[in-house]
Design a binder for this molecule. Structure first.
Ligand SMILES: Nc1ncnc2c1ncn2[C@@H]1O[C@H](COP(=O)(O)OP(=O)(O)OP(=O)(O)O)[C@@H](O)[C@H]1O
Ligand SMILES: [Mg+2]
Length: 219
């Protein structure tokens, strides 16, 4: 079982993943939580290159680095875990590539799809939770109103986060297009709802869709 979480930076993915992980652990469901890019020694090194703001990377270079990290993670960790019957929760997967490198950076959609097929070994999530939020609200969440100008000034944002608000608008619209084309796989959530309500919705969706999770209840 592969569960993925998507949404722009600051949407609340990590917060919801932590809650779900805790609940599944209490139910003795064998779960592995991973994040992209990262999850293997090589993939974590690639993560550092991708997120350090001093690097200037071309869009194609960025795509290939993300994809290299993904191939390592899928082949070395995710596929073996799924084969052992574990539940894998993934913080971002190939939808992030379509949204960020495709819609955000403007790389060719067909070329992206071939690279995605290659780097994922055609692995697809069973369900994807998309947390929808505007770039403005997401930034405010990560940095309070007072500290955002300071964070910009003091170079606290990572390389992706420095891409600007127009970029994030394109990424958000990109996610909306992806979801239009694959409505069955996605559960769309309003990221402005409170974390407890979102958690309940996530657990309910899992219960409705998968018999293995039908007994799952939030406290
Ligand atoms: N539903 C929510 N309502 C209000 N604040 C939230 C909610 N979910 C998360 N937050 C807060 O918003 C910030 C960003 O949340 P989180 O780190 O979970 O987002 P993320 O999508 O994982 O971001 P990134 O892509 O940067 O890792 C955190 O400070 C978190 O406490
Ligand atoms: Mg996160």
């Amino acid at each position: 079982m592969l569960i993925t979480f998507e949404g722009i930076d600051g949407a609340g993915k990590s917060t919801q993943i932590r809650k779900l992980q805790k609940l599944l652990a209490e139910k003795q469901c064998e779960t592995i939580v991973l994040r992209e890019p990262g999850g293997t020694e090589i993939a974590e090194k690639i993560r550092q290159i991708l997120l350090e703001s001093r690097h200037d990377i071309t869009p194609v270079g960025e795509l290939l680095l993300f994809s290299a990290s993904r191939a390592e993670l899928v082949q070395q960790v995710i596929l073996p875990a799924i084969a052992e019957g574990k539940t894998v929760i993934l913080d971002r997967f190939f939808d992030s590539t379509t949204a960020y490198q495709g819609y955000g950076r403007g790389l060719d959609a067909e070329m992206l799809q071939s690279i995605i097929r290659l780097s994922t070994f055609s692995l697809h999530p069973d369900i994807t939770f998309y947390l929808d939020i505007s770039p403005e609200n997401a930034m405010l969440r990560k940095f309070s109103e007072k500290s955002l100008p300071l964070a910009l000034e003091e170079n606290e944002l990572d390389r992706m986060e420095r891409s600007g608000s127009d970029f994030y608008q394109r990424v958000r619209k990109g996610y909306h297009r992806i979801i239009e084309g694959e409505k069955n796989r996605f559960v769309v959530l309003d990221a402005l709802d409170n974390p407890e309500k979102l958690h309940k919705e996530i657990v309910a969706s899992l219960g409705e869709r998968f018999p293995a999770f039908s007994g799952l209840r939030t406290p």
